[in-house]
Design a protein around this ligand. Sequence first.
Ligand SMILES: C[C@@]1(CC(=O)O)c2cc3[nH]c(cc4nc(cc5[nH]c(cc(n2)[C@H]1CCC(=O)O)[C@@](C)(CC(=O)O)[C@@H]5CCC(=O)O)C(CC(=O)O)=C4CCC(=O)O)c(CCC(=O)O)c3CC(=O)O
Ligand SMILES: NC(=O)C1=CN([C@@H]2O[C@H](COP(=O)(O)OP(=O)(O)OC[C@H]3O[C@@H](n4cnc5c(N)ncnc54)[C@H](O)[C@@H]3O)[C@@H](O)[C@H]2O)C=CC1
Length: 220
Amino acid sequence: MLYPMNVDLTGCLVIIIGGGAVAERKVRGVLAAGETAFVRVIAPEITAQLRTSVDDGRIEWHSVCYTYGMLEGAFLVYAATDSATINAKVAAEAKERGILVNVIDDPSASSFQIPSSVRRGNFLLTVSTGGRSPALSHAVRMELEQLYPASFGVWLDCVARLRREMWTMLPTSRERTEFWRMALRPHILNMVHDGELEKAEVELRNAALDIGAKSSDSSD
Ligand SMILES: C[C@@]1(CC(=O)O)c2cc3[nH]c(cc4nc(cc5[nH]c(cc(n2)[C@H]1CCC(=O)O)[C@@](C)(CC(=O)O)[C@@H]5CCC(=O)O)C(CC(=O)O)=C4CCC(=O)O)c(CCC(=O)O)c3CC(=O)O
Ligand SMILES: NC(=O)C1=CN([C@@H]2O[C@H](COP(=O)(O)OP(=O)(O)OC[C@H]3O[C@@H](n4cnc5c(N)ncnc54)[C@H](O)[C@@H]3O)[C@@H](O)[C@H]2O)C=CC1
């Protein structure tokens, strides 16, 4: 069983061995996390889209075949060639160096796997099958895209702002916990689904005032 973990790649060197269709998708995923990592692709040939990212200065490309020693300094490695033998060699070097490695043709040799994901701003939904059926992850991701519109990203920014305000408005941890458990109930989420963010925010603020008033009554 896999352990879920969301990683901040800021300043990290991510090395992708291979530059084909799958490598391109993995690079896209890394860049979607904010373009704060250093991405290095090592492969004799790369796709047109990867070449565009090289030309734009978003990634670095070493136009050579992989040889032992090229993983030095990496935080994450993708063994993403079309050769099982090369991928296994990359995995062996990564493991020897204690670097996390994703092997695109061998889940059992991977120390991490990439889930399907839906991003709505900082709101991130991920789906994994532990390598058993990537097609099922893809299908569920398509469903989630329909279920969670862009309004959830905007709503998250609003909730994060309110959360900061609640630190002063509701002074105890107990009050804040009670508030958030009550505040994000289905009828509020339904408003978010319908894009009625202002209405949802007004309801939350009123609920916070009620809880604040109740608490000051009981402490009088
Ligand atoms: C273990 C894992 C390794 C890893 O971390 O990469 C892995 C491994 C393999 N994938 C294979 C095939 C396919 N992969 C996809 C799609 C995706 N694959 C992704 C992740 C993962 N794939 C990891 C497990 C994640 C999980 O558990 O769900 C996704 C979720 C994320 C991403 O890559 O960005 C992305 C969906 C993005 C999206 O659309 O949401 C499709 C469907 C399609 O392309 O439409 C197919 C064809 C249908 C099928 O086979 O299911 C094969 C066999 C190749 C062959 O048959 O030769 C292997 C190797 C093996 O299984 O041995
Ligand atoms: N993990 C996943 O999500 C998926 C994995 N797969 C697996 O991916 C593999 C095919 O990947 P594709 O990207 O479609 O292949 P591809 O044929 O498009 O690209 C292969 C890449 O590997 C590079 N390469 C070959 N030898 C190399 C070496 N010695 N050093 C560095 N780079 C080298 C080539 O230059 C090319 O850029 C298959 O094994 C398939 O089973 C397929 C679909 C999804």
